[in-house]
Design a binder for this molecule. Structure first.
Ligand SMILES: N[C@@H](CCC(=O)N[C@@H](CS)C(=O)NCC(=O)O)C(=O)O
Length: 201
């Protein structure tokens, strides 16, 4: 059986969402992030991070890589589309979320919500929010007149981007200036599969 390591209160939530969408049987080992540097976990992921997926002898780390692998191996269209061109679009949006959104969202979240008050730097939070404006505008323009990133169906691209952007909701980042992106995000995170993951928290 597939085994996923990592607490739901980490990026593991993304991989749990993918597993729930796919409906495959899996075992969840809720390794806390504080245990990610233990020798047992380092043997699985020498980076000392969660999530880690074990699929028989195959061990994978990096949340987006895990989700794209799961979608390709266990998914079918439309979640994992049929055409190579659409696979390219799934990679494109996933890498975009990781490089253009995630670092700035993380800075925003740390300085608005996660760090204790005395460690928070409002200037860093504000700068991160400013940097996010351009990619969010691009996302908003892309989604205007579309239901989902690739067109009319929810795919792994939506899951990956929405799972990253959902940090904006935890951090209460104002998305009212990008209404198409805000509506799309709300529709994605409300999916039953993701609600089952939220219920694990
Ligand atoms: N790029 C990696 C990041 C993994 C990562 O940083 N995970 C955090 C939890 S969200 C972690 O394991 N932190 C524990 C540590 O670094 O010691 C991914 O997307 O999987």
């Amino acid at each position: 059986m597939l085994k996923i390591h990592g607490t739901v209160r980490s990026r593991t939530a993304r991989t749990l969402w993918a597993l729930e969408e796919l409906g495959v049987a899996y075992e969840h080992v809720p390794t806390d992030s504080s245990q990610a540097k233990s020798s047992g976990h380092l043997a699985l992921n020498p980076n000392g991070h969660v999530p880690v997926l074990e699929d028989g002898p195959t061990v994978l780390w990096e949340s987006m890589a895990i989700n794209l692998y799961l979608a390709e191996k266990y998914g079918r269209a439309p979640f994992w589309p049929s055409l190579p061109e659409d696979h390219g679009r799934c990679y494109m949006w996933s890498f975009w979320a990781m490089t253009e959104l995630e670092p700035h969202l993380l800075t925003f979240l740390m300085h608005r919500v996660i760090y204790p008050a005395e460690r928070r730097d409002e200037q860093a939070a504000k700068q991160a929010a400013d940097t996010l404006k351009a990619p969010l505008r691009m996302l908003n323009d892309h989604l205007a007149g579309r239901d989902y990133l690739l067109g009319s169906d929810f795919t792994v691209a939506d899951l990956n981007v929405a799972s990253v952007l959902s940090w904006a909701l935890f951090g209460k980042l104002d998305l009212s200036g990008v209404p198409a992106a805000e509506t799309w995000l709300s529709k994605c995170v409300k999916r039953e599969a993701n609600q089952r993951v939220y219920a694990m928290r």
